[in-house]
Design a protein around this ligand. Structure first.
Ligand SMILES: *[C@@H]1O[C@H](CO)[C@@H](O)[C@H](O)[C@H]1NC(C)=O
Ligand SMILES: *[C@@H]1O[C@H](CO)[C@@H](O)[C@H](O)[C@H]1NC(C)=O
Length: 273
């Protein structure tokens, strides 16, 4: 998994509310906890996996070279309501059997809205209502599309690919469409930019930060002074401007583009945010 500054690593808990009330550490330090959680979930998912036998007619030991082509209506039957059918999910037109993750994808599971359809967009929008459950990625940034592609990799690693959904991403012959190729190209571009951004940002140490419901947030530098700076590649990545907190030495404070936190002293090492 490539280093990733602004996106959550795919795991099945990613969309659930984090209830941690005190996040402490480097700017992205909270992510580490998230990754540990992700690992635990993955292990759990595996354990669950062993206790379920896939009931999908395609055997995993001898995968059919010609995978099944699904129509939208057909895929909809595998939404988890019929206990006798496997649970299927589409992402970027690839269809996976997620029956072994029944607790997530079955009726009442937190991910049930992904079952029986391709809701690629919802993996990044988190919008599980109405038209939010669409396969269209129109208007999403390269970084967001990269996240969707990473989710597909997650399913490739964790579940069994059983076919393709005829529609936006595959034609009725099962060939990838220009939409699929376009999404993959954008994701690759996003990955490239994120790597470059990380390299740039590694030159300037990030501030420490913490936040609690009671006390609000603060940023501080062990060495140097906290300043807000523009993230150089953010526009290309997300289409939006975004700033981060970095630590500067005293002799760098005159550089252009450094912003003192509102209500914070020029020479303060800690600022409330
Ligand atoms: C869910 O699947 C069942 C049968 O498996 C089907 O009868 C029902 O129409 C499906 N629901 C939707 C919203 O497609
Ligand atoms: C989800 O998507 C629908 C349809 O595009 C939209 O009407 C709704 O406002 C969205 N909800 C959220 C929380 O973004």
């Amino acid at each position: 998994m490539p280093d990733d500054l602004s996106q959550q690593k795919p795991n099945e808990d990613a969309h659930e509310q984090k209830r941690t009330s005190w996040v402490k550490g480097k700017e992205m330090g909270g992510k580490i906890m998230g990754w540990v959680l992700a690992l635990m979930v993955a292990i759990l998912a595996l354990c669950i996996g062993f206790s379920f036998k896939s009931r999908y007619p395609i055997s995993s030991s001898s995968p059919s070279p010609q995978q099944k082509l699904f129509k939208v209506d057909e895929l909809a039957l595998y939404n988890g309501t019929d206990e006798g059918l496997p649970i299927l999910l589409g992402i970027l037109g690839s269809v996976f059997d997620v029956t072994k993750g029944k607790t997530h994808y079955g009726v009442g599971g937190g991910y049930n809205h992904f079952a029986g359809r391709d809701a690629s967009r919802a993996f990044v929008s988190g919008n599980f209502t109405g038209e939010g459950l669409t396969d269209s990625l129109r208007g999403l940034s390269n970084a967001e599309i990269k996240t969707v592609v990473e989710w597909r990799s997650f399913y490739q690693k964790t579940y069994i690919l059983v076919g393709k959904l005829v529609g936006l991403y595959f034609d009725d012959q099962g060939n990838p469409t220009k939409h699929l190729k376009g999404a993959e190209a954008k994701a690759a571009r996003g990955a490239q930019l994120l790597k470059k951004q990380k390299k740039e940002e590694d030159k300037l140490p990030s501030c420490n930060s913490r936040w609690s419901q009671g006390e609000g947030g603060e940023v501080w530098c062990d060495d140097g002074f906290p300043r807000l700076v523009q993230r150089p590649l953010e526009i290309a990545l997300t289409g939006k401007m975004s700033k981060r907190c970095a630590c500067f030495r005293e002799d760098q404070l005159g550089e252009p583009g450094l912003e003192v936190y509102d209500g914070c002293d020029y020479q303060a090492k800690t600022c409330r945010v």
